[in-house]
Design a binder for this molecule. Structure first.
Ligand SMILES: NC(=O)c1ccc[n+]([C@@H]2O[C@H](COP(=O)([O-])OP(=O)(O)OC[C@H]3O[C@@H](n4cnc5c(N)ncnc54)[C@H](OP(=O)(O)O)[C@@H]3O)[C@@H](O)[C@H]2O)c1
Length: 333
């Protein structure tokens, strides 16, 4: 089968179209013919992981170390990227009961990666579900990572209708799903924070208000929120606390040890809290997300799609700072 393979860390050009062995499903696995796979934050990070120092990494040192052990210090151990996908079940192992040949599916294979290829094998009890009927393969492929993160974050805070949420990082991989699920599923009032050129995009996702972080510091506006969800961990708690309601919480999706200590400290006292978020992906969450999509509460906006042989161009565009929506590698239509 064909796959976009990288054997050295580096710029997008390290991705090369190659012929590799087609996987064969084990007894408890399904073989998926991949139709589409997006280029997300993890893909561009791991492709260039050698250049990522603990300082540049958005999470604590231990997570960086685990990443280096998993993906390789000098050379990539996992040579095919792609952690989300949509496609069709081509074959099933003899013990598989959840899926049949021909099922249209979407899913998340996480740090195992491998979806930048014509085929992927996956355990049937992995994070894979029947694709929403209302979405194309490209649209569905772009949903799982962001929506699973968003659903987990919002469920854990027990978000109530009418509560005010600010999402800093509203235009990336996770933010758009947080904006939509908070607005349309939980009934919250959402303010999105993103760069100037993506304000219209974030507004179109249902945000009540959008702030351009290059022009306005939301922590100085005097406005307060029940929850501030900081996707990249850009806003220090010392500043965010002024923008929280008396029992408000600032949730860090990316964090360093400083925020971990702030979480421990604020958990011991009343009032405003810093919370570091860790998300566990579950199959049942993806099944629920399919229902949200079919109910019209979550959509994905595809900015550009590229064929597999142009995976390097897809990465270049994803990193260009120009995208308004998701960048997808369309392997089959
Ligand atoms: N805790 C967990 O379990 C978990 C799981 C997965 C991922 N993560 C973390 O999530 C992060 C990736 O999230 P993602 O995929 O959504 O990233 P992404 O696609 O790169 O999106 C980043 C977003 O941040 C915005 N942004 C950039 N600079 C900003 C600033 N100064 N102020 C406010 N917003 C700013 C960008 O806006 P513009 O593009 O409009 O400039 C964009 O909306 C990583 O750090 C990763 O480690 C955490």
């Amino acid at each position: 089968m064909k796959a976009a393979v990288f054997t050295e860390y580096g710029p997008p050009e390290v991705l090369q179209l190659k012929e590799v062995t087609k996987p064969s499903p084990k007894d408890n696995e399904i073989l998926i013919r991949i139709y589409a796979t997006p280029v997300n934050f993890a893909d561009t990070l791991i492709r260039n992981f050698r250049a990522i120092s603990p300082r540049k990494f958005h999470m604590p040192f231990l997570f960086w170390l685990i990443g280096k052990v998993n993906f390789g210090f000098r050379k990539p151990k996992i040579t095919i990227l792609g952690s989300e996908f949509a496609g069709e079940v081509e074959a099933v192992g003899k013990d598989v009961t959840r899926f049949r040949k021909g099922d249209r599916v979407f899913g998340y294979c996480g740090p195992r990666m491998g979806a930048n290829a014509e085929y992927l094998s996956m355990r049937e009890n992995g994070v894979v579900a029947i694709k929403p009927a209302t979405m194309t393969y490209e649209e569905a492929a772009a949903v799982p990572y962001g929506a699973i993160m968003a659903l987990n974050i919002l469920r854990n805070i027990n978000l109530q209708p009418g509560q005010k949420v600010l999402v800093s990082g509203a235009s990336g991989g996770i933010g758009p799903a947080v904006v939509q699920i908070a607005t349309f599923h939980f009934g919250a009032k959402v303010t999105g924070v993103c760069g100037a050129s993506r304000m219209e995009y974030v507004k179109s996702l249902g945000a009540d208000k959008v702030i351009d972080y290059t022009r306005e510091d939301f922590t100085k506006s005097g406005e307060t929120y029940d929850f501030i969800i900081d996707i990249l961990g850009k806003s220090p708690f010392s500043r965010c606390r002024h923008s929280l309601t008396p029992n408000g919480r600032c949730l860090y999706v990316s964090f360093k040890m400083k925020q971990v200590f702030q979480m421990l400290w604020t958990s011991m006292i009343g009032g405003k809290k810093a919370v570091c978020v860790l998300v566990n992906e579950k199959t049942e969450d993806l099944i629920f997300i399919k229902e949200l999509i079919e109910a019209g509460k979550v959509r994905s906006v595809i900015d550009k799609s590229y064929p597999l042989e142009q995976a390097a161009d897809a990465h270049r565009y994803a990193e260009s700072g120009s995208k308004k929506g998701y960048v997808v590698i369309a392997i089959r239509s």
